[in-house]
Design a protein around this ligand. Structure first.
Ligand SMILES: Nc1ncnc2c1ncn2[C@@H]1O[C@H](COP(=O)(O)OP(=O)(O)OP(=O)(O)O)[C@@H](O)[C@H]1O
Ligand SMILES: [Mg+2]
Length: 591
């Protein structure tokens, strides 16, 4: 029978405690006698020792009124009265308790470093964990980038409590965090909601259910304006933001940016930047020309739908050639693409139709119908706004493209503000909390974007239910990039991709484990200890983590297990939510 355990376990610890108690009390009582005599009695060393001290300690209980009687006759003559002896005894007992606490902590640390399996037992102590991922470390990092005032004005994103050392873990403001957990495992309650509640800068929050909005909007509304983009009415009652993706496209760069998002959903996103094959590039240029033309004439999204259904429509070419503000050469680009062979033309326009397919959903189309400027990304960032981007889990082909376009818009504005600031970073500390990212915010170039955002001072959290969902949206290379680029990966229990779990287990490394082998023979049980090399975090442990626990893989520390407490069990957060106004209605500034 093999039992894996540390030599500091169970009965050995009890044995150590009993021996320690007897010796400790012997020393403490003897010391008390000496001190009492030297300070208050005959000012003379009394005869004693550890053994004598232990005997005196046991006899004390029969002489509570006059403790000196517990000592031998030769010692008694030097000892003072009861009050002085009891005072000195109490002081030495306190000293003993202090020493015991320190010793207990040292034993616990030794236990951990010898591989207690709780908490990804690397040999890193609490001080070391805090030095690398603690609040102070993160604040120092922020202060180095933005100055002390900015550091005091920010709240780093919490990653739970390291269960092996008790240290609280935090992300740096530049980190890209990938969070993976099957449904209902506690991602929302333990990470997304508390993160949004505590964040002090502007925040973009995506969601497929109303709970994140309901729990955080009140608190966030105290900080700045709250916007809700929710074409499917997932949060009834809230005033909804309408957003016309055509607005702004009168500027050619904006048209290119938006076209990239929509083309991404048609599978030809790279063609905007000159990638993809020739016909994909043509389709992508039609998309940007349409957006530009519609914007120049103040036309709505429904006109884009009409044009996309009619290859060779003359209106957009006419607008681009006659409008004095049109980008030079775009009308020729568009005209040329209508003059190709019919079969090529059909395939180009099939792509264009796919790009604008999201507007075929009447609710989405309705959410884009707006005459005034509804969302000003610059004001949103400056006024520490919060935007909730909502869509049902099946919204990939309706709400998601427009959500992606909105996020691209905000990121683009953030880029501009970062370029203008002294630190070349966004001073306001934007948080992109992309919950249910694969469903609601499948930005085509997310793998590229996450690599860039940290440098702009944006904290990005991409929350997914599984590795496979990332593969479906971004392909194998995109999924790999999303995983490889993460500064911090949080993995809750329930993941079933063995390859992925094995990678994390390997990153946590191995450790030596003491294994007790018990053999039952004719002469009874015989035990022997051997050392075995085992994984610190076996894959079965990662796959079967308790609720609200996640493995934290970071570039600063070996993987460890953290407890991400649901926000409802945090009294400070509950008080914060209760003190906030009920449910705010969406704020729509009229431009
Ligand atoms: N308002 C609530 N009151 C009590 N328990 C709740 C509440 N909301 C969620 N829970 C519980 O908290 C647990 C975690 O929910 P949470 O929303 O954090 O999961 P999740 O990991 O985000 O899942 P999903 O991927 O489905 O969004 C669930 O077991 C759920 O039943
Ligand atoms: Mg959730």
């Amino acid at each position: 029978m093999n039992q894996s355990r540390s030599p500091f376990d169970g009965t050995f610890v009890v044995f150590l405690a009993v021996v320690g108690f007897v010796i400790g009390e012997g020393v403490a009582t003897d010391l008390a006698g000496q001190l009492a005599s030297l300070a208050f009695g005959g000012h003379h060393v009394v005869p004693g020792g550890v053994g004598t001290g232990a005997t005196v300690f046991l006899r004390l209980w029969s002489h509570l009124g006059d403790p000196k009687l517990a000592w031998g006759p030769r010692a008694r003559v030097f000892l003072p009265g009861p009050v002085a002896i009891w005072t000195v005894l109490a002081a030495t007992e306190l000293l003993l308790v202090g020493i015991a606490v320190v010793a207990f902590r040292m034993v616990r640390r030794a236990q951990r470093s010898l591989g207690g399996s709780s908490g990804g037992g690397t040999k890193v102590g609490r001080a070391e964990v805090e030095r690398r991922m603690g609040r102070k470390a993160v604040e120092r990092h922020t202060a180095a980038l933005y100055g002390n005032d900015a550091a005091a004005d920010r709240e780093p994103l919490a990653l739970g409590v390291d269960i092996s050392t008790g240290a609280r873990l935090f992300a740096r403001s530049e980190d890209y965090i990938l969070a993976l957990g099957v449904p209902r495992v506690g991602k929302g309650e333990g990470f997304v909601i508390p993160g949004v509640l505590r964040h002090k800068g502007p925040a973009v929050v995506t969601a497929t259910r109303h709970d994140t909005y309901m729990d955080t909007a009140g608190v966030r509304s105290r900080l700045g304006p709250v916007y809700v983009f929710d074409p499917q009415d997932l949060v009834p009652g809230a005033e909804k933001l309408r957003w016309n993706p055509v607005k702004g496209c009168e500027v050619p760069q904006v048209a290119i940016l938006r076209a990239r998002g929509f083309a991404g959903f048609a599978g030809v996103g790279q063609a905007i930047d000159g990638g993809g094959d020739y016909w994909e590039q043509v389709a992508a240029s039609v998309i940007r020309c349409y957006l530009h033309a519609a914007a120049l004439e103040g036309l709505g999204v429904d006109r884009l739908l009409t044009w996309s259904r009619r290859p060779g429509a003359s209106d957009p070419v006419r607008i681009l050639s006659s409008n004095p503000n049109a980008a030079r050469g775009w009308s020729e680009d568009l005209a040329a693409s209508t003059r190709v062979e019919p079969r090529h033309r059909d395939s180009i326009w099939a792509t264009v139709r796919r790009a604008f397919d999201c507007f075929a959903d009447p609710k989405v189309l309705e959410a884009t119908r707006v005459d005034h400027a509804t969302f000003d990304a610059a004001a949103f960032l400056e006024r520490r706004g919060t935007i909730y981007l909502m869509g049902s889990p099946g919204a990939q082909h309706s709400v998601a493209p427009i959500v992606a376009a909105l996020i691209e818009d905000i990121v683009d504005e953030a880029r501009r503000q970062a370029a203008d600031s002294a630190s070349r970073r966004l001073e306001s500390g934007l948080l992109l909390m992309l919950d249910e990212c694969a469903n609601i915010a499948p930005l085509g170039d997310l793998p590229k974007l996450v690599a860039e955002l940290g440098g702009l001072g944006i904290t990005t959290a991409v929350i997914l239910q599984s590795v496979a969902s990332a593969r479906t949206v971004w392909g194998e290379a995109g999924e790999r990039a999303l995983r490889d680029l993460a500064n911090i990966t949080l993995v809750w229990g329930g993941q079933k991709d063995v390859g992925f779990l094995t990678e994390i287990s390997r990153l946590a490394g191995d450790h030596d484990e003491q294994v007790e082998t018990t053999t039952v023979g004719s002469s009874g049980k015989v035990s022997s200890w051997t050392v075995r090399r085992t994984a610190v975090l076996p894959i079965e442990d990662i796959a079967n983590l308790a609720q609200h626990h996640a493995v934290v893989v970071s570039s600063h520390l070996r993987p460890r297990i953290a407890h991400l407490r649901p926000w409802r069990r945090d009294r400070r957060l509950v008080a914060l939510v209760e003190a906030a106004p009920n449910i705010p209605t969406g704020t729509v500034p009229h431009g």
